[in-house]
Design a protein around this ligand. Structure first.
Ligand SMILES: C[S@@+](CC[C@H](N)C(=O)[O-])C[C@H]1O[C@@H](n2cnc3c(N)ncnc32)[C@H](O)[C@@H]1O
Length: 248
């Protein structure tokens, strides 16, 4: 048993698979791979992946939510800036419609180190995506990084849409009115590179989700990328700077 554990740990190290750590910093299993198969062992670990809920658990959860939503926080007290953990000296939270071209950001261009764009772009109309990415790119400082993750083409979410929900190619409307676009790696590459960013990573993350109780297999597809604002002047901007300097 110990040998098996040692072997799997060394495999994890070699393949650099993300894994959980116990308090002694010992890697245990790759993230997402701990499945509860024997209910008697439920207290042996603090986390199990891909749990199925029983009817009783679902009913108990519904009852709990009914109870805890009976009294609502006043609307005027719901702003994130009013949270007791919010520190205005350390962060600046604000609401901004990234599609609104006329709305200025509360800071100048070229000062952000990192922009996190996680499952945001897919909710925006494809015709507006390039404009949004261009504006975000302007906000990055040289060397700044835009981190992207979103739905990939033929993810199970796309396959599950019923007829009548498709707005345009690979762009759908959900029942609640929100939108979802499903990207290819090539589209992601073109969009961010057109915005003047260099591709540092662009991959398709494909996983198989299995509902073993129902014996259902579901293919998940996400696109993930890291795009960097060039550190140095591009040929175009250096020509501009050179011509400005030589005329000044
Ligand atoms: C599917 S949610 C993802 C939320 C979160 N990033 C996550 O992964 O759980 C889509 C997010 O995109 C944001 N979003 C959609 N359109 C936007 C717009 N025009 N301007 C700013 N944010 C927008 C929504 O506010 C929402 O938080």
């Amino acid at each position: 048993m110990y040998v098996i554990w040692r072997n799997s740990v060394s495999c994890l190290r070699i393949r650099k698979v993300p894994h959980r750590f116990q308090s002694g910093n010992h890697p245990v299993v790759p993230l997402g791979s701990r499945i509860l198969t024997d209910p008697a062992k439920v207290f042996e670990h603090n986390m199990w992946d891909h749990m199925q809920w029983s009817e009783e658990e679902a009913a108990a959860a519904r009852k709990k939510v009914e109870e805890n939503s009976a009294v609502r926080v006043l609307l005027e007290e719901q702003g994130v800036c009013l949270h007791s953990s919010y520190r205005a000296a350390q962060c600046c939270a604000f609401v901004h419609d990234v599609c609104d071209e006329g709305l200025p950001y509360p800071f100048p261009d070229g000062i952000l180190d990192v922009i996190l764009l996680v499952f945001v772009l897919s909710s925006i109309h494809p015709d507006r995506m390039q404009g949004v990415v261009n504006r975000l790119s302007n906000l990055l400082k040289p060397g700044g990084m835009l981190l992207f993750r979103d739905y990939g083409r033929y993810d199970k979410t796309q396959l599950r849409f019923k007829r009548g929900h498709c707005l345009s190619e690979n762009f759908y409307v959900r029942g609640d009115g929100t939108r979802a676009y499903f990207f290819t790696k090539g589209e992601v590459h073109n969009m961010f590179c057109k915005a003047g960013l260099d591709e540092k990573q662009n991959l398709v993350d494909r996983r198989l989700q299995v509902n073993r109780k129902k014996q259902v297999k579901m293919h998940r597809v996400w696109v993930q990328g890291k795009f960097q604002k060039p550190l140095y002047l591009t040929q175009k901007t250096s020509k501009l700077v050179f011509s400005l300097l030589s005329h000044g």
